[in-house]
Design a protein around this ligand. Sequence first.
Ligand code: MN
Length: 430
Amino acid sequence: MAFSISDAFVAERNAADAGALAEDYAALGRSLARRGIDIEAITTEVAAFAVAVPTWGVGTGGTRFARFPGPGEPRGIFDKLEDCAVINQLTRATPTVSPHFPWDVVSDYGELKGLASSLGLGFDAVNSNTFQDQAGQAVSYKFGSLSHTDKAVRDLAVAHNVECIEIGRKLGSTALTVWIADGSNFAGQSNLSRAFDRYIDAMKQVCAALPADWQVFLEHKFYEPAFYSTVIADWGSSFAAATELGPQAKCLVDLGHHAPNVNIEQIVARLVRYGKLAGFHFNDSKYGDDDLDSGSVDPFRLFLVFNELVDAARSKGPGFAPAYMIDQSHNVTDPIESLMQSAIELQRSYAQALLVDRKALEAAQEANDALFAHRTLKAGFVTDVSPILGEARRRSGGAIDPLGTYRASGYRAHKTKERPPVEGSRSGIV
Ligand SMILES: [Mn+2]
């Protein structure tokens, strides 16, 4: 019988933390009331926040140099789902998982969906992989996939994406995320215009296979693994492609896929303006596509992104529902702990953005009162919303202190016994 964290254990831990939480929540409620904010309304919105966990995120990641697997790592998709379920059990913020193919290939997707469902999980966007060759593959992605010069390679990449859609349909997913590693390492190696033409042509074939209620998310990334040019390098290329591919195609923003100091929140505002924001891959970075934990390096930037999202939600109404996913590589931490902490930090930024007095902000902006506008915006960021996050979790049946509860449960030690290492396990992300 596989070990799981019991509801009774969570309740026992919560009982110990409930007194302090109630005190802090009441104090914050009084403080917010003085600012004209109803804490209950904020708590309700925070409790409804959800972000998907990628199946590959629960395995230890690696760098270009090495991977140091942790104890009790998931050995396959079924173990991964078990770990994802713990993250949602304790945080109540991650009810869906985003699978990746072929890494998560199984023979029976009905069984997979059933297991996920029994663990309280659903499936979010399906991720395709044309950035590495699979065993026995007839042609290679070494020089590209959807934009390759050879039609046979492009056809293979299209067929793989179509297969991902078919698998996704069986799992109840309604979106396909396409990131290609295509690009070049030398000036002159690739014709920049023709490579884009070929990509568009191939993606049109992928889009033709989309069910009517599906979307395709185009993920841009400015460099790596190609270091001179990348076919879908920036939001401009992504936006142009999504526009040409039609209403089912939208632009996915991975926070780590921009040059340092790029104003990502402004990109968000532009994509929102044109109805082309697909959603996010959340992570944090110092230099490039570092895939560090969300909010760990620059929480203010994360807050500014959520500020645009809350602003858009207020103006666009209930139809505005970007897809949120965490996309991180956990090299030095227990991935379950990192993913729980990241989900909490995303909720934190969201809650802080909800606290911004938008009427006062707009008035200051219209009056060109720069300092007051900034102060009004920052009032949300400097508020410690931890009691709201804890209370939202408590009311949803989660843990007031997810990381403390997880460590006390001994989950990882149990899994270390249950999951002896297997040869060839590949649970990391590139
Ligand atoms: Mn990503």
